[in-house]
Design a protein around this ligand. Structure first.
Ligand code: ZN
Ligand code: ZN
Ligand code: ZN
Length: 182
């Protein structure tokens, strides 16, 4: 599943998260050059912002952080940079059930992909294993010929904290939560 992995770009991230993240931005910049693409300040800033976090950032979030790296970047410039990096396969996005798409460095740079769940109540987005829906995808392909792209949209539900809260308000006295931190 690593067919788009640029030579020498990934791997370091698995050894050391912090050093790896810095390497990821450098790998992205190297890949831009390898593709014959310009390394503009906006593209460099976007790669750095996404390399430095495992959070799920909207374009506006990326813009705010990119502005701290290269002050005065135009909103449209950053938008275009994100879009171009997406077209080049260096950045991917996922659509939550509500709100704007959120962005990641592509698995071609990080070396591994993942899927997402989003809590309807608190909005938290969490990473889940990339292969979680492989059986579902295989069944859909077999039964109706549908090719599932499970990484393009987040699955929706309630996180543990919100599910526990919902249970306790709906069901009255219930079993004490086993691992409730509060
Ligand atoms: Zn929640
Ligand atoms: Zn994620
Ligand atoms: Zn999309």
């Amino acid at each position: 599943m690593q067919d788009r992995r640029p030579a020498g770009a990934a791997g370091a991230a698995e050894r050391d998260a912090v050093a790896g993240r810095q390497d990821l931005a450098a790998a992205g910049i190297a890949e831009l050059r390898a593709l014959g693409e310009r390394v503009t300040p906006a593209r460099r800033a976007v790669l750095r912002v996404l390399a430095e976090t495992s959070e799920h950032l909207s374009v506006d979030d990326v813009l705010a952080r990119a502005d701290a790296i290269v002050p005065g970047l135009h909103r449209t410039t950053v938008y275009r940079a994100v879009e171009t990096l997406g077209d080049l396969g260096l950045v991917t996005h996922v659509h939550p059930d509500h709100g704007p798409a959120v962005y990641h460095l592509a698995s071609s740079l990080t070396g591994s992909g993942h899927l997402h769940v989003r809590c309807r109540r608190c909005g938290e987005i969490r990473d889940i294993p990339a292969d979680l829906l492989d059986d579902v995808a295989a069944r859909l392909a077999r039964q109706i010929g549908f090719r599932l792209q499970p990484d393009h949209a987040a699955l929706t539900g309630l996180c543990r904290t919100c599910a526990d809260a919902a249970d306790s308000t709906q069901a009255g006295p219930a079993e004490p939560p086993v691992d409730d931190p509060r």
